[in-house]
Write a protein that binds this ligand. Structure first.
Ligand code: PMP
Ligand code: GLN
Length: 412
């Protein structure tokens, strides 16, 4: 293994997907819906597959299928408050993963520093390392220990944040709504981050794959809309999240042409182009959402409404059994403090280093309920900060969530 991948061999996903295959638990681990994708979206893909237009089965434009980048521009231009050029200011990618990869590889020089907020979506760190960069970590800290805890109660310490910046800092990687905490960064928080990025001339990569999953009264704010931030921000989205089709692995990035250019260079020397049929189907589906943008049926707003009830249901049964949930303002994960029930968990039966791993594995084997241990989302030196929590996914059928509740209530 080359040096740039040393230390990146382990991933929580491979381990926990295998664990799920072995013990067949009720799976609230890896984030994906267990219900049907919207019918118009799958119908569009079926129609594309059977279309008598032969070119729909062939390579498409490398930087993004035109019909898709055109509709993405229609959606984001009014949200950002400027005309975003579909050809030079967008790129479509193999999921948000490839957008992150192209953005990080395309903007990091050897020795550059990249600031990551902990907990962080786990692939960020190995991508930075592979690019020759150095990750610098700033943890979100829970500021409340009793009463109802919201994800907004997890905060950056302004002093710690400021200390992370220096002349080597190249990129600030933001994730809002946040995985796994569910935090939707407030205007004040984004202004604080933007101020430091402007002061130190730092690029922002903003991972906004959960942009449509924000629960009232909270509002998603795109950092690219803050004063003088468009010029220094690359924003990332995902069709997998937007349309509940995570297996389609289709994503995008947008930003000013001079920043997107670097992603295009990485992409053209990696995949060159991504698959045509999913891009065409997503384009058609987004066109339909644009046409009903103000209707409550628009999927870009109806999904969040549906998820909010699921979130509240999960928070309620977790509280009833004595665990302490952090109620997320966005995304589809819930961080739950499991330690009030620690005496019921066979921690000694598991050999893992961190207690959240012991809890997660013991529960998968003995109670057939799977979550993800959040210490996987921390740097080595901060993993202990994740140990008291478990991440559960709630984009599941009501009956699946009811079963999870039954499992926990029978046990606790
Ligand atoms: N960023 C975050 C924060 C995520 O949770 C995910 C989930 N997979 C991704 C990026 C990657 O998205 P995709 O499935 O489109 O590659
Ligand atoms: N984003 C999803 C999660 O956090 C999927 C992760 C993955 O497939 N690697 O669960």
């Amino acid at each position: 293994l080359p040096q740039k991948y040393k230390g990146s061999e382990y991933t929580v996903w491979a381990e926990f997907i295998d664990l799920a295959l072995k013990y067949k638990p009720l799976n609230l681990g890896q984030g994906f819906p267990d219900f049907a994708a919207p019918a118009h979206v799958t119908k569009n893909l079926a129609e594309v597959a059977q279309s008598d237009e032969p070119l729909l089965q062939q390579y498409t434009r490398g930087y993004g299928h035109l019909r898709l980048v055109n509709v993405l521009s229609k959606i984001y231009s009014p949200l950002i408050g400027r005309e975003i050029d579909p050809k030079t200011e967008f790129i479509t990618t193999a999921g948000a993963y490839e957008a992150l990869y192209s953005a990080i590889l395309g903007h990091t020089n050897f020795g550059d520093e990249v600031i990551l907020i902990e907990p962080f979506f786990d692939c960020y760190e190995p991508m930075v390392t592979a690019a020759g960069g150095k990750s610098v970590f700033v943890p979100l800290r829970p500021t409340k220990t009793n009463g109802t805890i919201m994800s907004s109660d997890w905060k950056l310490d302004p002093v710690e944040l400021e200390k992370a910046f220096n002349e080597k800092t190249k990129i600030f990687l933001l994730n809002t709504p946040h995985n796994p905490v569910g935090k939707v960064f407030s205007k004040d928080e984004l202004e604080m981050i933007a101020g430091l990025c402007k002061k130190w001339n730092v690029l922002v990569i903003s991972d906004e794959v959960y942009e449509w999953m924000v629960y009232e009264p909270f509002k998603h704010i795109r950092i690219a809309t803050l004063p003088d931030m468009w010029e220094r921000t690359i924003t990332i989205g995902s069709a997998g999240k937007t349309f509940s089709v995570t297996g389609w692995k289709t994503g995008w990035a947008y930003g000013p042409a001079h920043l997107i250019h670097n992603l295009q260079v990485v992409h053209q020397n990696n995949l060159n182009s991504i698959n045509t049929p999913t891009q065409e189907a997503i384009a058609r589906s987004l066109e339909e959402e644009v046409a009903r943008r103000d209707s409550p049926d628009c999927y870009l707003v109806s999904l969040a409404r549906e998820l909010r009830g699921k979130r509240d249901f999960m928070a309620k049964f977790m509280t009833e059994i004595g665990m302490v949930p952090t109620i997320p303002e966005g995304g589809y994960f819930m961080m739950v403090d499991w330690t009030p029930l620690a005496s019921k968990v066979g921690l000694a039966e598991e050999s893992d280093k961190y207690r959240d791993y012991k809890y997660a594995k013991w529960m998968s084997k003995n109670n057939k309920l799977q979550g993800i241990p959040p210490s996987a989302f921390y740097s080595e030196e901060h993993k202990h900060l994740g140990e008291n929590h478990i991440r559960y996914c709630f984009i599941k059928k009501d009956e699946t969530l009811q079963k999870a509740s039954d499992i926990l209530k029978t046990w606790a």
